[in-house]
Each structure stands twice: as C-alpha cells, then as structure tokens.
Design a protein around this ligand. Sequence first.
Ligand code: NAP
Length: 297
Amino acid sequence: MADSYTNLGLIGWPLEHSLSPHIHQAALKELGMCGKYSLFAIEPNQLRQRAIQDLLKHVANGTLKGLNVTLPYKQTILPMLATLTPAAARIGAVNTIYMEEGLLKGDNTDAAGFRNDLMQLPVAEYTPTLVLGAGGAARAVVFSLLQAAHPVILAARKPEKAQSLADSFINIAQTTIKVLPLEPQALAQISDEIGLRVNATPLGMSPHIETCVWPEGLPLPAHAAIYDLVYNPLDTLLVQRARQAGLPTCSGLGMLVEQAALAFERWTGTTAPRTVMQQAAQRACEPQTTKLSQRIT
Ligand code: NAP
C-alpha cells in the first residue's frame, strides 16, 4: 500500500454494528483522500495479542495511518504502546493510535469528544452531574467533567468500583466526588440536587432497548437534563422518558462523531469534516425518528 493511502481501522470485538467505517469513509471521501477504514475484529482468545501486535506493526511502518480501539481492548493495549497522551495515561484507556516522532502513541479522544459535544449543548449548563456507571466510558466522562471544574456525583452497581474511579482522579477534583450505589433509594435521596444525568452504562442499548438506567417509578425532576452515551438506538427508553417529562435530552451520537473527528485529525493532520461525518453517522443509524439536528428537544 502506498504512503499516500490513508488506511485506517478499528480493533475490537464484536464489531458488526460499528458506525465508525461510515463516519471515517465519509470524511476520506469528502476530503478526496484515497484510503479505507477497515474493521479488525479480534476474538478475545489466546491469539489476540499476536493479532493486535501485527496490526500495530502496520501502523509503525505506515501501511496503516492509524487505528481506533474499542471494547475489550481499550485498556489491555496500553503496554503495547511506546507513549501515551496525558489524557490516555490519566484515564488509563486508549481509543486512538498513531505514530508521532517515530513512536507508537495512544490517545483517548472519548473524553474530549464528550466535552466538545456537551459544551455546545444547553444541557451543559445543568449542574452538578450524576454519572451512572463506572466503566471505561464513565472514566472518560468523569475526567472531562473534572477538567472543566464541573462537580460530579458517581453511581454504580459496584460502588467500590465507582470509589476507585473517583480516587484515581482525586487531584484534579475541586471537591470530593460523592459515590453512591446505583439503587432507587440512594438515587431518590440525591435526585433533587442533580442537574445533568449521564448514562455511561449499556442499559437501553440494542438489543436490550427495554432496559433503563433510571429506576422505574422514580420521577425525573423538572430541572433535570439527560445525556445518554448510548446511540443505538438514539431514542433510548431513558431519552423517551425524559422527553415525555419535557426535559432536555441528548444521545451519544454527537460524542461518537466528535471522538471520531478528533481521531481523524490526529491521523491526518487535517481538520475533520464534522458535518459530513455527522450526516454519515445519522444515515448509518437504524431508522430513527429523531434527526441529529433535533437532538435537543
Ligand atoms: P464498560 O467499560 O463495559 O462499562 C459499563 C459500565 O456499565 C460498568 O460500570 C458496568 O458495571 C455498568 N453496567 C453494565 N450493565 C449494567 C446493568 N445491567 N446495571 C447497572 N450497571 C451496568 O463499557 P463502556 O465502554 O463504559 O460503555 C458504556 C456505554 O457507553 C456503552 O453503551 C457504550 O456503547 C457507550 N459509549 C458511547 C460512546 C459514544 O461515543 N457515544 C463512547 C464510549 C462508550 P460493572 O462494572 O458492575 O459491570
């Protein structure tokens, strides 16, 4: 493959439903760049390390300009990289890989992707923020909120995992991060003091679209706003419930497009065509009634 080709790809498992090829192919086409965004589905078996290392060699020799990384490899790939951006090191997870100054570098664009998307939305004004979940996405979200000096409360079904997440960011938090169990009684006690609720669990995601992170029967207060990281479907049960209550809502599609745009910029050194990328993501979503331009309702 010639150097002029911008060949990109995604490592993860499973990958059938990934929107990333649609988003990045649209960007390449819009900018008149030759290249392809490929899916490298690597089954989590004993051979995975070898398969990942082979792909990293392609990044090192330039046949691949860059890679995205998704579950379950965002953390396990860290020791295979020569250097990390400060955000990736702090979050402890990588979603973007490229060569810089002869070194294989890992970055985390989820955090900045969330922040950039949130900051252009009215829901950003709602404070403090309750982050629901304590996995990789929650780490990126909490990191970006703390960096913006935004107060955070964290709720997870394993409070000890949430506490460890909170402790790992202790020196960037202005105040202590309150941690609670993701249980109706605990949520009811703090519900009135919360502005923005961010779902960072897979609850509501296809095929389990009947699930909802916010307990049934616990009302959403009139001043609440919702940012659901799930984008498949755009209209999760949580988003539907909030919209029915007349509250502002936002799906995870904006964050997905923004983290992709930031990764594209790392790989190509070119400003990403965000509008085209958003349109491609929207088209690739399952048939939806909500248009991206109407994410805020
Ligand atoms: P993850 O690392 O597996 O973490 C998932 C978190 O959700 C964990 O805290 C997990 O708890 C919790 N959880 C899972 N099932 C639950 C349940 N039934 N009840 C309560 N909590 C539950 O996954 P992730 O990478 O953080 O992703 C989370 C969601 O964010 C996914 O839907 C993903 O698609 C979405 N996401 C969106 C974007 C975007 O750009 N919009 C980016 C990244 C992720 P345990 O630790 O107890 O298992």
